[in-house]
Design a protein. Structure first.
Length: 198
């Protein structure tokens, strides 16, 4: 029997050399070489790359040094804050690291937000969880009408929310919002909160 060739989007780290960190309850884990592994079992050579980025971030390093006793504890927190969201983009692939903005549960209340972790450069305040959902859908190519249908609200409400988003992120159009969402790796924020149902 001849089978059709099927190309699926697989999670980073499942069959490639990427690593994808994620929070599992209160534990930091990673998908690497096809296995979900706890932080303590991640190979040292991989952690060394993340450690060098942490040390180079002088502000974050100073904050972590005051709060934690060991380099291991510091690195755990640094990775949690900057790479802990589950998304479709590897945290490291071919030695290149990609920080992410994710909903760690402390957004808006953490005194280290924007210094220890990635922060969105927004005009007024960061987008709300609903605005993040809309930004995600815009980046996925949905029209205003489709967004309204997915979210169970009116197109008028979606238009108003998009105007607010555009003001917050200095965007002039859907394309600008989509670009901002992808550039800032915001898909994981929505994934960690609640993506709209399909």
């Amino acid at each position: 029997m001849k089978r059709n060739y099927i190309q699926q989007e697989l999670p980073p780290g499942l069959i490639d050399e990427a690593i994808e960190f994620f929070a599992n309850g209160e534990e930091l884990m990673a998908l690497y070489k096809g296995s979900a592994i706890p932080f303590a079992q991640i190979p040292e050579d991989l952690l060394d790359k993340f450690h060098s980025i942490m040390v180079a971030d002088k502000v974050a390093y100073a904050i972590l040094s005051k709060k934690f006793d060991t380099q291991h504890e510091m690195l755990y927190q640094y990775i949690w804050c900057n790479f802990g969201g589950w998304n479709r983009i590897p945290d490291m692939l071919n030695g290149e690291l990609k920080t992410e903005y994710w909903n760690c549960g402390n957004r808006g209340t953490c005194k280290f937000e924007g210094t220890l972790c990635q922060r969105i450069n927004a005009e007024e305040k960061n987008p709300t969880p609903r605005e993040f959902q809309i930004m995600f859908l815009i980046a996925e190519g949905y029209s205003r009408k489709e967004i309204a249908n997915k979210l169970g609200t009116s197109e008028f409400t979606v238009n108003t929310q998009i105007q607010t988003i555009e003001r917050k992120v200095h965007a002039r159009s859907h394309v600008d919002v989509a670009t901002f969402t992808v550039k800032n790796n915001l898909r994981c924020f929505v994934a960690a909160s609640k993506q709209p149902s399909a």
